[in-house]
Write a protein that binds this ligand. Structure first.
Ligand SMILES: NC(=O)c1ccc[n+]([C@@H]2O[C@H](COP(=O)([O-])OP(=O)(O)OC[C@H]3O[C@@H](n4cnc5c(N)ncnc54)[C@H](O)[C@@H]3O)[C@@H](O)[C@H]2O)c1
Length: 692
């Protein structure tokens, strides 16, 4: 194997150059190369200063996470980093691009840091369920103080060069060639005889923090409040706290233990699974690098209701001018008013001025006539969920829009293939299924119709990315992937209630798992009448939910739903009236009630979803199980540290799930719970969904 690390000498300066495209990841070969190069230069009497530099577009952008699933190989990054820091002559890291994770930890092992003005540094480990495991939690607090360090470590977000300079991470910022700047600094250090400055030995900031551990704990609790359920941010706090209370060597030893513990735990496995899943999801059959795509310079959104307003905001946020079209003048004004209020609220929260709001509002042009869509490159339809209306609208769009404009529908339940029949070229029709609130939720189900052409599909995906969404491509069926699986779960909610479980017991099974809310509380929040109307339209029934709606109990907005809400409160309390109502419905239907364990509730809700996921995979509605996981984590509140339903299925094993489903199907006489053929096959062969 070629050594990706080499040495160059320029007078008294030794330059360690790594060239490991594309991002100079710290693979085993790079770590070994760095170790050897630093040893060589440190013991060379001619050399008085050392520069760490990377070829290509970035300094080391991180560890090689593909090596995570293999046993660790020597030399470990921590050892390489300790060796660099121990150098007897000044070491300078020349940072350009993104020095992230292990790459940033290498930078922290240097004695000085020069950073390009466009560079970024950060420790994103927390996003993979880990903590920086090569000294990051011990060195960074010494360099910039424990609070600033903790903030950076727990957020996982990178910071720009200007902030790195302000915090004291970068000693200098360069606007020209980064290596030239590093050489200039090296020359000065040599001339001035400046000794190495080892970050592990700096302690002023820690001494100050030691006197106020309570203050640190309070600060940490504030950061953790938004990371409920995640192990890694909590452990990051503990490790940074160790930097204050323990000597460097002990703190670093504990950090390594924490790292290994997290790496081998299922939360990090889940988060790494999702990280790779996001990359996989962009690989869509038929959409290649050279597939044509429409550049969306002008968009139109039809319908200024709940969804249309949010979707228009997405375009405005992405800098794309958008026409917001609604023939109902009142609805249009209401929609625009809500958008403005939304923007004003976020401006107030983040300290952005009126200019910021105005800039966005200027990109949204209201219109009452569909003719306003004439110039649009992409139209997103978000009118009432009514097939006749949608077909009429697509027929109109066919006449009005440019022949190559892409026409998307945001329908949740209607058949995209049927809608496409209203257009002379159905190839340009695609589904773009946003989630509510559309300006906030990251998930976008891109629905490929039978006739959707690759250009329309790629345009929907690429535009989704520009709108900062996570586009996951799915096929056409009732509810697509997310709502179809949700429906399977909802059927079990109904069945479990009839058999004797109460709404708060059902909700608890899911909140205990990590969902922020259970299905009954979500129903009350969203308004039970929404589902009721949709069921009526689709000719479906749900005995308990329908009966609750018939009483005019629509959830929080009426003060009563599955739960009771005191005036002004969003916290529901169990209502004996509902318990009695459920009992009477069960009696009428001849369902015998019994005590139901939390385990049964959990398994029936979750395994029913997994079973539906298996059918979705078999039918090719989703291309891979990890796409399903992304949909549930990003659109339905499945906790990221639990990886998604199909990841969960692989953890439990298809054998056990099949056995439990068979058991519940018999017990509840519920055919829908019978294991899907794919689940049975996986159980028989001991295989997993991942890789299916
Ligand atoms: N609400 C959700 O959570 C959600 C989520 C995903 C998808 N959807 C789908 O999005 C679509 C819109 O849902 P919504 O909740 O925003 O509905 P909504 O009732 O809030 O808004 C619909 C809007 O469409 C307008 N409209 C009616 N006819 C029109 C026409 N000919 N041209 C332009 N506008 C017209 C109405 O005036 C109204 O303002 C539906 O297809 C729905 O299934 C909704």
């Amino acid at each position: 194997m070629n050594n990706p690390v080499c040495i160059e000498r320029e007078g008294q300066i030794g330059i360690v150059i790594t060239d490991n495209p594309p991002v100079n990841a710290l693979s085993t070969a790079v770590r070994a190369g760095l170790m050897e190069a630093v040893e060589t230069l440190d013991s060379d009497p001619e050399i008085k200063a050392i520069i760490l530099h990377c070829e290509g577009r970035t300094f080391h952008a991180g560890a090689d996470i593909r090596e995570f699933n293999q046993p660790p190989a020597e030399p470990y990054l921590g050892a390489v980093i300790d060796r660099i820091e121990a150098c007897s002559k000044p070491v300078i890291a020349a940072l350009h691009g993104t020095a992230l994770g292990g790459g940033f930890e290498v930078a922290l092992s240097a004695h000085y840091r020069v950073m390009h003005e466009t560079g970024k540094v950060g420790l994103p480990e927390v996003k993979l369920g880990l903590l920086p495991g090569a000294g990051g939690t011990q060195r960074l607090p010494r360099l910039i103080g424990p609070r600033a360090a903790l903030k950076l470590i727990v957020s996982g977000d990178p910071i720009p060069a200007s902030k790195a300079l302000e915090d004291g991470i970068a000693d200098e910022i360069a606007s020209g060639d980064i290596l030239d700047a590093a050489k200039a600094l090296a020359g000065r250090l040599i001339d001035e005889g400046t000794p190495p400055r080892r970050v592990s030995q700096i302690d002023e900031k820690l001494v100050a923090a030691h006197g106020d551990l309570e203050g640190f704990d309070e600060f940490a609790a504030g950061l953790l409040a938004r990371k409920h359920g995640f192990d890694s941010p909590r452990i990051c706090v503990e490790s940074v706290r160790n930097a204050i209370t323990l000597p460097f060597v002990e703190g670093a030893k504990k950090e390594r233990e924490f790292f290994l513990e997290l790496k081998d735990g299922h939360q990090s496995a889940a988060q790494r699974h999702l990280f790779f899943a996001e990359r996989e999801a962009l690989k869509v059959e038929g959409v290649e690098r050279d597939t044509p795509v429409v550049e969306v310079k002008q968009a139109a959104v039809l319908g200024s209701g709940t969804m249309g307003g949010g979707i228009a905001m997405c375009f405005a946020d992405a800098g794309i001018p958008v026409k917001l079209i609604d023939p109902n003048a009142e609805a249009l004004q209401r929609g625009l008013g809500l958008i403005e209020k939304n923007y004003q609220r976020s401006a107030a929260r983040s300290g952005k001025g009126d200019g910021w709001v105005g800039e966005r509002m200027d990109r949204i042009t209201p219109a009452s006539s569909m003719e306003a869509a004439a110039e649009a490159d992409l139209v997103v339809e978000a009118v009432f969920e009514d097939m006749a209306l949608k077909k009429e609208i697509f027929g109109e769009l066919d006449r009005i829009t440019k022949a190559d404009a892409v026409l998307a529908t945001n329908t949740s339940t209607l058949d995209v293939n049927d809608i496409a029949t209203a257009v002379s070229d159905p190839g340009r029709v695609v589904g773009m299924h946003f989630f509510s609130p559309a300006n906030v939720m990251r998930l976008l189900e891109v629905v490929r119709g039978e006739k959707t052409d690759s250009r329309a599909l790629k345009t929907a995906i690429e535009t989704g990315r520009k709108l900062r969404k996570l586009p996951v491509t799915v096929g056409v069926c009732y509810g697509f992937v997310g709502n179809r699986m949700l429906y399977a779960r909802t059927m079990q909610v109904e069945a479990l209630m009839l058999e004797g479980a109460l709404p708060h017991e059902i909700d608890k099974a899911l909140t205990d798992f990590g969902f922020a809310m259970g299905p009954c509380a979500v129903g009350d929040l969203a308004g039970l009448d929404v589902g009721w109307r949709a069921r009526k339209q689709a000719g479906r029934t749900a005995p308990v939910a329908d009966a609750i709606c018939e009483l005019g109990r629509f959830g929080q907005k009426t003060g009563k739903g599955y739960y009771l809400y005191e005036e002004g409160s969003r916290r529901g309390t169990p209502d004996p009236e509902i318990a009695a109502l459920i009992r009477s419905i069960a009696k009428k239907m001849g369902v015998e009630q019994r005590q139901i364990t939390p385990e049964e509730i959990f398994e029936r809700l979750i395994y029913a979803m997994i079973n539906e996921g298996a059918r979705i995979l078999e039918e090719g509605i989703a291309s891979r199980s990890s796409d399903i996981d992304l949909i549930w984590v990003n659109g339905y509140g499945w906790p990221a540290y639990e990886g998604g339903p199909m990841f969960h299925a692989d953890l439990v094993g298809a054998g056990r799930i099949t056995e439990r489903l068979d058991h519940y199907a018999d017990m509840a006489s519920d055919e829908t719970l019978k294991p899907a053929p794919l689940l049975r096959r996986l159980a028989k062969t001991g295989s997993r969904f991942s890789g299916f």
